[in-house]
Ligand binder design. Structure first.
Ligand code: ASC
Length: 155
């Protein structure tokens, strides 16, 4: 369960309620861009935390599992972060127009991450660092796959 605060309303987002909640949620395109940016930045931090924790010796498996769980949660329903109108037309963003002009390809890229993330969490739960490293590389490949087509390079 994740929560998003919009216009003073706490949206409790379950998988079923998500589309309704997400629709109510994006106040302005600029605000959508901002919360999207923060969301993916936090995902990057959690992903790097998984890597760093997997290399620490001894590692903190509770922290590793929490970071992996947050990565997994971020992999679900990514479409919510990309409502129509929140691309470059709405302000400075590295989200490319292809997200909206090639929706099937974008959905496939998002699905790749969603399908690979559970193995990372399972490996962390199992305290299996070899499996964590393998899943980390696979999830990283999904990040890169999407970024190659749908995210502009850093300026
Ligand atoms: C990260 C991060 C990404 C991905 C990507 C994987 O840690 O911030 O965007 O990994 O570089 O290839």
């Amino acid at each position: 369960m994740s929560y998003t605060l919009r216009s003073g309303v706490m949206c409790a987002i379950s998988a079923a309620a998500l589309s309704i909640c997400a629709a109510a949620w994006a106040a302005t395109p600029a605000e959508t861009q901002k919360v999207r940016h923060e969301h993916y930045e936090k995902l990057g931090e959690n992903f790097k935390a998984v890597r760093d924790l997997s290399k620490a010796s001894p590692t903190d498996f509770a922290k590793l599992e929490k970071a992996a769980a947050d990565v997994r949660e971020a992999s679900v329903n990514q479409a919510q972060w990309f409502p129509k109108g929140s691309g470059p037309e709405a302000g400075k963003t590295r989200a490319l127009p292809e997200i909206w002009t090639k929706p099937a390809d974008f959905a496939a890229a998002a699905k790749m991450f969603e399908e690979r993330a559970p193995a990372l969490l399972a490996a962390a739960k199992a305290k299996d660092l070899d499996a964590v490293n393998k899943a980390f590389r696979e999830v990283g490949g999904a990040c890169k796959n999407c970024h190659d087509t749908f995210r502009a390079p850093e300026e």
